[in-house]
Ligand binder design. Structure first.
Ligand SMILES: O=C(O)CCC(=O)C(=O)O
Ligand SMILES: [Fe+2]
Length: 373
């Protein structure tokens, strides 16, 4: 990151960073969350003692679950190079984890969540609660469907590196500088591969920064990013689609997650006509025919989108129900705010306000649509 910002008027973050797709660390943006005190390892150890959380995957891709008391003990004593990392997405289950949602709120800076306009069961995971012991981290990657992300740290320090979307994958992932027998785990990447990368490609810009407790980082869609937890870290992160990235997320979703996109599109038609029209515009601009418009056996035309991947991983059922007004309210129940485009300029909405499809529509339709991406 070029700079760290604090005391920046909130709309500047939107204008200068989200809309321009530039990364930024906003200092002191979530220090007042209850999570600042409730998410210390000691507090969590007590609170979730016997609850199982997902802390990794086996080589065969099966989830590894651990009770919080064992995981915290592991964090305190581990000296691994590739430590377990608690990454839990089931925060709105009807379980003890649901209470985690009382500990934070959607940051006012990133109030959009247009993918919420989808039946909950059909929606791909988009929010994670993360506890990473020191030396754990996330290898360099881009986030799904071109979504942007905010990541809020309540405890510990994270070291970040980001590369612009135009950076070739091979370079960002250090494929050319990794030597035989070496891995690309976060600790290896930051200690050895990144310095080599900078020597080998002096013209490639890397954006680096430290994120302290209370800081929120904004990661624009399609940016490569990797993280090393310098201390035991607790954070919450959410991927979103909003006015700054709707066009690109829609174009990716319609080809990579066809069934999800169809459901999303049907709910847009019902609750957010302007988004629906924008999606139609993008489809006709690119000559893209969604699956329900294609004849039986007619394949997705790759030429409509040159970087097309297979959509075979899309396990969503076409029979999934559309969202109802009640369903819409249920999304809002967990206590996470789905904010307005411009809270301060819009009529403030009280927490727990009953949402009708009309108010929902206002929220979506008050958004400024970006020009074509
Ligand atoms: O905090 C981290 O380890 C990074 C998380 C991240 O980038 C992701 O979940 O996509
Ligand atoms: Fe990510």
């Amino acid at each position: 990151m070029d700079k760290k910002w604090s005391k920046l008027p909130w709309h500047c973050v939107t204008q200068e960073f989200a809309e321009k797709k530039r990364p930024v660390i906003i200092e002191d943006a979530c220090s007042s969350w209850p999570a600042s005190s409730r998410w210390s390892l000691t507090a969590l150890e007590e609170r979730f003692r016997h609850i199982d959380f997902k802390v990794g995957k086996t080589d065969k891709g099966k989830n590894i679950q651990l009770k919080m008391k064992y995981f915290v003990d592991y964090c305190r004593h581990q000296q691994d190079d590739s430590p377990l990392y608690l990454f839990e997405t089931k925060m709105d289950d009807t379980s003890a984890m649901r209470h985690l949602l009382d500990d934070f709120e959607m940051p006012d800076l990133f109030p959009h969540d247009w993918l919420a306009l989808m039946n909950h069961d059909a929606r791909p995971p988009h929010r994670w609660w993360c506890i990473g012991p020191k030396r754990s981290g996330t290898t360099v990657h881009t986030d799904p469907l071109g979504t942007a992300a905010w990541n809020a740290v309540t405890h510990g320090v994270k070291r970040w590196v980001l590369f612009e979307p135009s950076t070739p994958k091979r370079i960002a992932k250090a494929k050319d500088v990794v030597q035989k027998g070496e891995d690309t785990e976060a600790i290896m990447y930051f200690d050895f591969l990144l310095p080599r990368l900078k020597d080998a490609y002096p013209d490639v810009r890397s954006y680096e920064g430290l994120q302290h407790p209370g800081d929120i980082i904004f990661v624009p869609g399609d940016w490569w990013h990797g993280v090393l937890n310098l201390e035991d870290c607790v954070a919450v992160t959410q991927n979103y689609c909003g006015p700054d990235n709707f066009d690109s997320v829609w174009c990716r979703a319609r080809k990579d997650r066809e069934k999800v996109a169809y459901l999303w599109w049907r709910n847009m038609r019902k609750f957010a006509p302007r988004l629906y029209e924008r999606a139609l515009e993008l489809n006709s601009r690119d000559g893209f025919r969604m699956r329900h418009m294609r004849g039986a056996g007619e394949k997705l035309d790759d030429s409509a989108d040159s970087s097309s991947d297979s959509s075979s991983s899309d396990s969503t059922s076409d029979d999934a129900e559309d969202l109802t007004v009640d369903g819409l309210q249920a999304i809002l129940d967990p206590g996470v705010k789905l904010g307005l485009t411009e809270r301060k300029r819009s009529v403030p909405m009280a927490d727990g306000e009953a949402f009708t499809s009309a108010t929902w529509r206002r929220r979506y339709d008050s958004a400024d649509m970006p020009s074509c991406v």
